[in-house]
Design a protein around this ligand. Structure first.
Ligand SMILES: Cc1cc2nc3c(=O)[nH]c(=O)nc-3n(C[C@H](O)[C@H](O)[C@H](O)COP(=O)(O)O)c2cc1C
Length: 263
């Protein structure tokens, strides 16, 4: 290997339905789940290249990703961040950049990539699957991977509308949705067989399933909707969901999602 792409990479990712892990896989290197890294408690990572992958929630990065950046020191020659989103991007890189700035460094490269939207109250996953061309998404990921390999230095373009949506969305995500999201947002149907997959999956450790009982949600929900998407019996429903169709990125297995998030 020549200079281009030389060196080793660590990619830290958080993913509920696999889009983030598909991005991480496209980039390659050592792929590390953020919920697991937080659990391990390591406070310093060093590599030639270090990247962060987050989904976009209400125009912002997932809270757990910001928390991770605040907790760790990331020592690398080249640092990047990629946010996936489904509809309106908002400003998901900004809070990540602020967390980095508070630690005295900045990202060399940031990007956003539009993928299937997994927000059940607003999007019908079946329609999303039809609408979003997976081959085109694959090309977008390959382009991001090539940029990282070439150590490209640039920032994701954020227009005024996206910046505004990010600022407003931040208030909604942190102050309104916040911790109460699970109790108020989900219902469980009689299709539930108490298998406990939702509890094993939940990256916040916010779900418990007693034998023969429906899942009980605590107050630490991240609002990722992963429990509803991964339920093997399609028994967890979001209030006002557009359809019962669920999403898992085709490049990612359910086992990988469980391993990445299992608490
Ligand atoms: C609670 C929630 C809020 C979301 N908010 C936005 C949003 O504001 N803008 C957007 O484009 N996508 C939004 N999405 C869609 C996700 O960012 C998108 O589907 C992402 O690729 C999922 O990544 P994952 O599969 O790695 O979890 C939201 C999804 C959820 C669950």
């Amino acid at each position: 290997m020549g200079r281009r792409g030389a060196g080793t990479i660590k990619v830290f990712y958080f993913t509920a339905t696999g889009n983030g892990l598909a991005i991480a896989k496209a980039i390659g290197g050592e792929l590390i789940s953020i919920p697991r890294a937080l659990k391990a408690g390591t406070t310093r990572y060093k590599d030639d290249v270090i990247g962060i992958i987050t989904p976009t929630y209400a125009g912002n990065p997932a809270r757990i990703v910001v928390e991770f950046l605040k907790r760790v020191d990331l020592d690398a020659d080249y640092r990047f961040a990629v946010a996936s989103y489904g509809g309106v991007m908002g400003n998901p890189i900004k809070p990540l950049a602020s967390a980095a700035a508070a630690k005295g460094w900045s990202f060399d490269f940031t990007a956003s990539v539009k993928m299937v939207d997994n927000y059940l109250p607003l999007f019908d996953v079946a329609a999303e699957r039809e609408k979003k061309d997976q081959a085109a998404i694959g090309e977008a990921l390959a382009s991001i991977a090539a940029d990282v390999a070439a150590r490209k230095r640039s920032a994701a373009h954020v227009g005024v509308g996206n910046a505004l949506y990010g600022a407003v969305g931040c208030l909604a995500y942190n102050k309104v949705a916040g911790p109460k999201v699970a109790r108020e947002s989900f219902s469980v149907s009689d299709a539930c067989i108490s298998c406990g997959v939702c509890a094993r999956f939940c990256p916040a450790g916010n779900i418990t399933v007693e034998e023969g009982q429906h899942p009980a949600f605590g107050d630490a929900c991240l609002g990722c909707y992963g429990c509803a998407h991964i339920c093997p019996h399609n028994a967890i429903h979001a209030r006002g969901e557009k359809s019962a169709a669920r999403w898992r990125n085709p490049d990612v297995t359910a086992r990988e999602l469980l391993d990445a998030n299992a608490q």
